[in-house]
Design a protein around this ligand. Structure first.
Ligand code: ASP
Length: 323
């Protein structure tokens, strides 16, 4: 039987009612008592590493998760992490950068309803995640609502629907779990040739701005003067920002002069950025780096990760394009 490690971190899946609403409160024994069939699928070891609503997760918690996964890789065939849905997409991207050359499956899952709620999606999601881990397919996956998604590509797209995640670059799902069978769309996969390397340094001193009609360049300039080290700018549509009237271009020039990377993304969920319009291409000419088709969560984590490796602006600009 395959050896699977279940790391629990809290989230709705393990939540119970409290005076002020749901809070994580179930230990792994209570969680697993509702899914006894798992004992027929694999040899499961459980470890509680956090007990948080994922809205309370901080980058230091990504480091805890990454270190735990890294330390356990050689002892298990796959690792499942139960996690709150709110920030699962950020954690998936963080693990993508922190665990380079991952050669085993690391599956993030959770649920929209607690394990004990009638009609919950928790049981199915957990069993599906375990089944996916058993396949041995390497990668960081989000398994949710019978779908296997490429973890670093996802955003939470619905606050309540069971179908809560999607790949924002509209790439097809990596697979599906149907009648208890894990079906990957492509049967072939490559195992990394080198061994997994842990790289968990991050810089948290970054900020996301969403522009809106009336947004002032001074917001950016003030953030830079206050010492922020990287900025994500959520422009409109395909990555467009005002270049006339209330233009943001002087702030982008200022950022470049101060060697502060500015990443230009979009406030649209799907479609990403391209320099179709003058309002986008002038921003790139002024020094902004395009987020391309990355989710905003991924772009943020990539920026934090790169700033954690180096403070050299030119190197960050080069590395930004390389990943
Ligand atoms: N607030 C919860 C969390 O992210 C939501 C969930 O898990 O569905 O932990």
């Amino acid at each position: 039987m395959k050896q699977i490690l279940l790391l629990t971190t809290g989230g709705t899946i393990a939540s119970v009612e409290s005076e002020h609403g749901l809070i994580p409160g179930m230990d792994s024994a209570a969680l697993l008592s509702d899914v006894p069939e798992i004992s027929n699928l694999c040899q499961l070891t459980t470890r509680a590493i956090l007990n948080l609503d994922s809205s309370n997760l901080q980058p230091k918690d990504w480091q805890i998760i990454a270190n735990e996964v890294f330390a356990s890789l050689s002892d298990y065939d796959g690792i499942v992490i139960t996690h709150g849905t709110d920030t699962m997409a950020y954690t998936a991207s963080a693990l993508f950068y922190m665990l380079k050359g991952l050669h085993k499956p690391v599956i993030l899952t959770g649920s929209q309803l607690p394990m004990k709620s009638p009609g919950t999606d928790a049981k199915k999601n957990l069993i599906d995640a375990i089944r996916t881990a058993i396949t041995g397919r390497p990668g960081i996956f989000v398994v949710f609502h019978s779908r296997i998604l490429d973890g670093p590509k996802v955003s939470k797209i619905d606050s309540f629907d069971f179908n809560a995640y999607d790949a924002v670059d509209k790439s097809p799902d990596l697979g599906v779990i149907q009648d208890g069978q894990v079906l990957f769309s492509s049967p072939d996969f490559q195992k990394p040739s080198s061994s997994c390397v842990l790289s968990d340094q991050l810089c948290n001193n970054v900020v996301i701005f969403q522009i809106f009609p009336g947004f002032s360049k001074d917001f950016l300039i003030q953030a830079i003067d206050a010492g922020v080290q990287g900025i994500i700018l959520r422009g409109y549509g395909s990555g467009n920002v005002p270049g006339k009237g209330n233009s943001l271009l002087p702030a982008l020039h200022y950022a470049k002069e101060k060697r502060i990377p500015v990443i230009l993304g979009t406030q649209c969920t799907y479609g990403g950025c391209s320099s179709t319009y003058e309002t986008g291409s002038l921003a790139l000419d002024a020094g902004a780096l395009s987020a391309g088709s990355l989710s905003i969560e991924h772009a943020l984590v990539r920026l934090m990760y790169l700033l954690g490796q180096t403070k050299d602006y030119d190197q960050i600009c080069r590395l930004w394009e390389q990943y």
